[in-house]
Design a protein around this ligand. Structure first.
Ligand code: ACO
Length: 323
């Protein structure tokens, strides 16, 4: 049994926040942000919560796949910013869509979340338990950004991306292989304690927290770990990077992507980018970019794609797909 992506969708909020807008809030400049990150603007959600953004992206993915909500039997949402502790974002999306025959759950792997969700769904489909699944990457990071911290607030944006996958026979195109990894010892490099609980004994009230990041540590981790992971995956599958049409990377920083391209000895032509428009949308960035490429008609039957992410955990992962 194999797993094939049969449709994609995405959603970004209307509200555009440019670098110049941010320069009014903190001491920064359009020039600094563009040259260090490649970001020109990001979208910020004013009225849509995580589940609503996820549901909009999902509706578009279902339409693209010609699949009805009641035909989905599994929904996995990758998010670090669900609207609430429970229910899960996936269950909320299930309710909004009317996907009455599905079971829903979330996975938490920050910016690697979509890769983790795709790998999980692939494994579950291969057991024969499920046939048609909806996979969502969604984040509403603007709600956990400290807008007075210039070292983080310039990086992130809100959005959602989704893909519908279906079981196919092993000869059909689909997911060829994947690798995911984590290193919990490096958890402090990138964290957000927004779910800090109150304490009954001390009377301490729950406190909101914000994203805290050692930017250069994340940078060094990403440019080392992602190429290693991609190379290990390709070697295990016996496929060379020259056979791959696109390396669809998590959109965290243009310079990170350039460095990964150099280490993998591939041209930036193979690494599509949309960070300029959306910033780092965390779990949403890979499916958002995948959907853009799909809708622009850039993905042809038989194309080999590598999807790769990295993020808090620390986590990383890559999936090789034949379109
Ligand atoms: N505007 C102007 N100056 C700034 C800004 C800003 N927005 N932010 C930091 N600076 C200053 C710093 O204070 C520092 O000043 P100093 O030299 O006087 O101390 C100077 O710029 C250089 O700071 P660095 O942190 O060394 O800048 P760097 O070139 O490393 O760029 C950046 C910072 C863009 C954050 C980079 O390290 C990076 O992209 N790291 C990876 C981050 C990332 O990808 N995070 C997301 C991971 S995915 C996830 O799971 C959410």
């Amino acid at each position: 049994m194999g797993t094939k992506i049969i449709g994609t969708g995405s959603f970004v909020p209307d509200h555009v926040v440019t670098n110049n807008h941010l320069a009014e809030l903190v001491e920064t400049s359009d020039e600094w942000i563009r040259s260090r990150t490649g970001i020109a603007q990001r979208r910020i959600s004013d009225s849509f919560g995580t589940s609503q953004m996820a549901a909009e992206a999902s509706k578009r993915a279902l339409e693209n796949a010609h699949v009805k909500p009641e035909d989905i039997d599994l929904i996995i949402a990758a998010t670090s910013t669900p609207d609430c502790c429970f229910p899960s974002a996936a269950c909320e999306v299930q309710g909004i869509l009317g996907a009455v025959n599905a079971v829903g759950m979330d996975v938490s792997a920050a910016c690697s979340g979509f890769i983790f969700a795709l790998s999980t769904v692939d494994a579950m489909i291969q057991t024969g338990m499920y046939k048609t699944a909806l996979i969502i990457g969604v984040d509403n990071l603007s709600k956990i950004v400290d807008w007075s911290d210039r070292s983080t607030c310039v990086l992130f944006g809100d959005g959602a991306g989704a893909a519908v996958v279906r079981a196919c026979d092993e000869n059909g195109q689909g997911i060829i292989g994947g690798q995911i990894g984590s290193d919990g010892k490096k958890a402090a490099v990138l964290s957000c304690w927004s779910r800090t609980m109150g304490n009954f004994l001390t009377g301490k009230k729950p406190e909101p927290g914000y994203i805290v990041m050692e930017g250069q540590e994340v940078f060094k981790f990403a440019v080392k770990k992602v190429p290693e992971c991609v190379e290990a995956l390709m070697e295990s599958m016996g496929i060379g990077m020259d056979e791959v049409k696109y390396l669809i990377l998590h959109q965290a920083n243009y310079r990170i992507c350039e460095s990964i391209a150099r280490r993998l000895r591939i041209s930036m032509d193979k690494i599509p980018m949309n960070i300029e428009k959306y910033g780092n949308t965390s779990g949403a960035s890979i499916p958002l970019l995948l959907d853009e490429l799909n809708r622009e008609g850039k993905l042809k039957k038989g194309d080999k794609l590598v999807l790769a992410g990295f993020g808090a955990g620390l986590t990383w992962g890559a999936v090789l797909v034949e379109w």
